[in-house]
Design a protein around this ligand. Structure first.
Ligand SMILES: CC(C)(COP(=O)(O)OP(=O)(O)OC[C@H]1O[C@@H](n2cnc3c(N)ncnc32)[C@H](O)[C@@H]1OP(=O)(O)O)[C@@H](O)C(=O)NCCC(=O)NCCS
Length: 199
């Protein structure tokens, strides 16, 4: 069985379809090396500002080695969930329009801390996709033993800081201009997916 379609501890976002508050439908699925072309198309459509906020550097192009690492997921220590638009006719558009991921970090004997990251294409920002993706990755992480997200955000990234505060994130360190937040995801309630509309 393909590892990307293997059934793990529920809940898993394997090709689930969701509606954003404005009715836009997206499909969520695990991201892996097979998605390279669709992932690169999504990266190409990110503005310079979004790339900077995501990668903390200008990132005019995505180096192949970085793309390799971002696509080298394993459904446990490095997990990424991708979103694609669903057309009116139900067709899934190939380009990836948003990704949320976590990398588990080894802290002594503990591997219950992970670093999250997310990006949504500019045309869809502010419409609830980031929130959907971050909830999905947090839920998956929690189901796979992650208790805490350690998140890094640029100080002028008001949107992600708002999301982190809304998730009860605590500012634990500053390495200007990078702020470090801890989010206790084990404590956060696992809300049902209100806007899940099918597989
Ligand atoms: C950060 C990012 C992923 C968020 O995705 P998004 O789709 O734009 O965000 P959403 O539409 O889901 O958020 C919508 C609103 O809900 C709020 N929201 C999100 N999660 C929330 C939560 N758990 N509780 C309450 N409010 C929440 C947000 O604050 C936002 O409010 P705003 O419209 O006033 O800014 C996206 O903006 C992006 O790609 N930014 C550039 C890259 C980046 O900054 N990545 C983060 C660092 S790795």
């Amino acid at each position: 069985m393909d590892a990307r379609t293997a059934t793990r501890a529920p809940p898993t976002p394997v090709q689930t379809i969701h509606a954003l508050p404005d009715g836009t439908r997206v499909q969520l699925s695990f991201l892996g090396s097979d998605d390279r072309d669709d992932f690169m198309a999504g990266f190409a459509s990110l503005s310079r500002r979004t790339r900077y906020l995501r990668f903390f550097t200008a990132m005019a192009e995505l180096p192949a080695a970085v793309a390799d690492r971002l696509l080298d997921t394993d459904l446990d220590n490095h997990v990424a969930i991708a979103a694609r638009l669903v057309g009116r006719d139900g067709r899934i558009e190939p380009m990836i329009v948003g990704v949320a991921r976590y990398h588990r970090r080894q802290c002594g004997n503990r591997n219950a801390v992970a670093e999250p990251a997310a990006a949504v294409v500019d045309a869809l920002q502010g419409r609830g996709l980031g929130r959907l993706l971050l909830r999905a990755i947090a839920r998956y992480a929690r189901a796979h033993g992650v208790e805490q997200f350690r998140a890094y955000a640029l100080a002028d990234n008001q949107r992600i800081r708002k999301i982190l505060r809304a998730s009860n994130g605590v500012l634990v360190d500053t390495d200007w201009p990078v702020l470090v937040y801890d989010v206790d995801i084990a404590a956060s309630r696992s809300k049902p997916e209100k806007n899940s509309v099918g597989r």
